[in-house]
Design a protein around this ligand. Structure first.
Ligand code: GLN
Ligand code: ZN
Length: 776
């Protein structure tokens, strides 16, 4: 039997650059400090370094067209000329101005909200809508289609980048987001219609691009179809059938690597195996169990691309364990390519930039660069035998063993506590109605009580002081003094305005997850491990590597200081366990549910300490609860069950008279409303201003039992909402929900806003609440 040589492929590499060079270049260009030529040459420079790097690390198949100036879904929209009419594009190729208008709005002043989503504001055409890319923290620009949508070739980027690499002596495999996933990720405009009905019009553009690539010399194209790991209708399966029959038929011929990731093919497997594609990539990190089935069912002439290295996390792989799985396939004569499970877009770039990390922990980690090197080691072992890379394999085994047994990871006390299955831990003492009576007596709030979500403007002064403090330019005392002054000003100012439940302002927090990660054990922070969130925006998620404990109180002193300045209640302000979990790189050696439960106990201790210090109101933010939903419906219940239980563990250590708030800033609750109710918070604040209170229907249909603060102030925009606008929203809310359960608050935190508009908007908000109380 012929043994085929095993190749290493990467499916996509981070674009932002090891030092976030792309961010710098984009922001200079947007600010008008540099011209298009400078931007484009910086981008070309990054691409050439990235290609060369992957090749030098040992990748045989290097991708092109995985780079993007902003977003790869937007690139596809440009490629097929699906520019929404509002951007006034008539032309031939989509130019930079049109491209960035779609990304950021035509005035280019897209605003980020407290959780980092950009929203266009002000005059001009707003940006296209941004949504999360499957279950990652990357955001893409959702395509928008009309029933009479016309497609035409609007960009030759895929061809240009292929040729660019070729001119550098690097043969690449261009990447395209596949046509069916592209349509399924889109939204319709106007009368609702089935997006898949556009497929026949879309395919000719793909065929044209494939032909141009084939003529230029490309032999393979990577077609990403991540929707194949989601629940698909029969129509969608038929669309796949049609699309790939058409696209494998183009002349001159080109081979397609159908690429799936973020989950298993599950019940779509049969449909996928029918497709006449030349290769199939499967994710064996999220769905290791699919290997046997796919390997036995795929056609023998099909190349199997095995996603054996985690493209989305930061841990070193157990290389010998991977070899145990892949060797039998190779021995049996299968054509095998090994690859990361998904694009490496979601991993930080290079571990070697982390000079400050504890060496023991650093030895457990692998970023994008290290992952390609791991694949190269695996390929050598598969092609030449394990003996050829013995040292590397032994090192991998040693790292894996060290991570399993390190006392840094294992804290028996934490493990024992999280294993405590006493259901009472997740129950408040009394039911909501009883708690409500006690809390009313204690807080004595007016009808339509006013509050804010937590953060106040993080001014340039605060950010500078934090940076200076980090670099040792100002000492702890000076930094603390500045934060205390800001907090005191915020308290005085809220009192003067007449807000009912105050916040301390979160001036001491860099980020709502990072702050807690820095105070909990089991987390480590990096210096340069940036991951693209959208466009030029990057995040540096904490790495949760071990059992999570809270060595000492994290927020109590700030709360105590703030409460000492006023007689009105100041909310204790915490981030919930599910949000901390979903916004971190988390350990892969135990179920996420277990990790979440550990975080829940740690935050519970903080809740109890805040109560003991005297806090009457404590808010536990769960901004990321919804986005943690699994890709498959069948897995939702399980996730929601442990996520809600974790929240309840966090919230249930307090007495009836302590009022627990939660906050979630998004606008889809219909399908999870029962779980939201099961969280059993006393008050929930949500984002509603832009949906004009429509989303409250979910709460009223379900008869949500507790109190609700529907956001009346869109914090994504510097525009100051008028009193009338806010009373109109409150009246709409009062028609849907019992008036005595309504709170008045903004959609989310105000950290990205400036003071003048914040003051004006909150003054109007307090006036609106007063008018509602007066029944006007
Ligand atoms: N308390 C946080 C803040 O106000 C909540 C942020 C969020 O929901 N994303 O900034
Ligand atoms: Zn929010």
């Amino acid at each position: 039997m012929t043994r085929h040589t095993v190749q290493v492929a990467t499916l996509g590499f981070p674009r932002i650059g090891p030092k976030r060079e792309l961010k710098t270049a984009l922001e200079a260009y947007w600010a008008g400090k540099t011209d298009a030529e400078a931007l484009l040459s910086a981008a070309a420079q990054l691409r050439s370094l990235t290609w060369a790097r992957q090749r030098d690390l040992g990748a045989d198949v290097v991708p092109s067209n995985d780079f993007s100036l902003y977003d790869h879904v937007l690139d596809l929209t440009a490629m097929v000329g699906a520019v929404p009419p509002a951007y006034g594009w008539r032309g031939d190729r989509v130019d930079l101005a049109t491209y960035f208008a779609m990304a950021r709005g035509s005035r280019g002043d897209g605003q980020a909200c407290a959780h980092g989503h950009a929203h266009a504001s002000g005059e001009g055409t707003p940006a296209m809508e941004m949504t999360k890319w499957f279950d990652t923290n990357y955001h893409y620009l959702a395509p928008e289609f009309t029933a009479d949508q016309v497609f035409r070739l609007g960009s030759t980027k895929a061809l240009d980048e292929y040729l660019e690499a070729r001119a550098l002596g690097i043969e690449t495999r261009p990447v395209l987001l596949g046509p069916v996933s592209y349509l399924l990720l889109g939204k319709t405009r106007g009368e609702p219609f089935d997006v898949l009905s556009l497929l026949p019009r879309l395919l000719p553009i793909y065929a044209e691009v494939l032909r141009s690539l084939a003529r230029a010399g490309a032999t393979w194209v990577q077609m990403d179809e991540p929707c194949l790991v989601t629940d698909l209708s029969d129509e969608a399966k038929a669309a796949y059938d049609h699309a790939y029959r058409v696209l494998t038929d183009v002349t001159p011929p080109i081979k397609l690597m159908l690429t799936t990731y973020f989950g298993g093919l599950g019940d779509n497997l049969e449909a996928v195996l029918r497709l006449p594609v030349h290769g199939l990539h499967i994710d064996l990190i999220r769905a290791p169990e699919q290997l046997a089935q796919v390997a036995s069912a795929a056609r023998v002439d099909q190349v199997l691309s095995l996603g054996v290295i985690d493209g989305r996390n930061v841990w070193k792989a157990d290389l010998n364990a991977v070899l145990d799985k892949v060797e039998p396939l190779v021995a049996a004569g299968r054509r095998v390519v090994i690859a990361p499970s998904s694009s490496l877009l979601h991993a930080p770039i290079d571990l070697e930039r982390e000079t400050g990390l504890d060496p023991e922990i650093k030895d457990w980690l692998a970023f994008a660069v290290q992952k390609v090197a791991e694949l190269a080691t695996l390929a050598r072992a598969l092609n030449e035998g394990r003996g050829a890379v013995k040292a590397a394999l032994d090192a991998s085994t040693a790292s894996v063993a060290s991570r399993r047994t390190s006392p840094r990871i294992n804290d028996p006390k934490v493990q024992a506590r999280a294993a405590d299955a006493d259901p009472a831990l997740a129950l408040r003492n009394s039911c909501f109605e009883i708690r409500r009576q006690v809390q009313r007596g204690r807080l004595n709030l007016p009808a339509y009580p006013t509050t804010t979500i937590g953060s106040f403007p993080q001014t340039a002064g605060i950010r500078k002081a934090r940076a200076d403090h980090g670099r040792g330019v100002i000492d702890d005392a000076a930094y603390a003094r500045l934060l205390r002054d800001e907090t005191a000003r915020a308290i005085k100012w809220q009192e003067a305005l007449g807000l009912d439940v105050l916040v301390h302002g979160e001036f001491e927090r860099n980020d709502m997850v990072q702050y807690f990660g820095e105070h909990l054990s089991g987390f480590v922070f990096t210096k340069a491990a940036w991951v693209q969130s959208y466009g030029s925006r990057c995040v540096r998620p904490p790495i949760l590597y071990g059992d999570v404990a809270r060595p000492r109180p994290m927020t109590v002193e700030w709360w105590r200081y703030a409460q000492g300045l006023t007689d009105r209640p100041v909310k204790g302000m915490l981030t919930g366990p599910v949000t901390i979990l979903n916004w971190s790189f988390v350990r892969d050696d135990q179920p996420r549910s277990t990790t979440c439960r550990q975080i829940a106990f740690a935050i519970r201790d903080e809740v109890v300490d805040l109560e003991t210090a005297g806090a009457a109101v404590i808010q536990i933010d769960e901004a990321a609860l919804r986005e943690g939903l699994p890709l498959r419906r069948a897995d939702w219940d399980d996730y929601l069950e442990w996520a809600v239980e974790s929240f309840r563990i966090t919230a249930s250590g307090v007495r009836d008279e302590t009022q627990i708030h939660t906050h979630m800033c998004y606008s889809e609750f219909n399908d999870i409303i029962q779980a939201i109710g099961a969280m059993d918070a006393d008050v929930i604040s949500i984002e509603t201003s832009r949906s004009r209170m429509e989303l409250l229907d979910a709460f009223s249909d379900y008869r949500y039992p507790a109190e609700i603060g529907p956001g009346v102030y869109d914090i994504h925009s510097p525009r100051v909402p008028t009193v009338e606008a806010m009373t109109a929203l409150l009246k709409a809310a009062a028609r849907k929900l019992p008036q005595d359960r309504l709170w008045v608050n903004p959609d989310c935190g105000l950290k990205t806003r400036a003071w003048p508009e914040t003051e004006a908007a909150l003054a109007n908000m307090v006036t609106a609440a007063r008018l509602m109380r007066a029944g006007e």
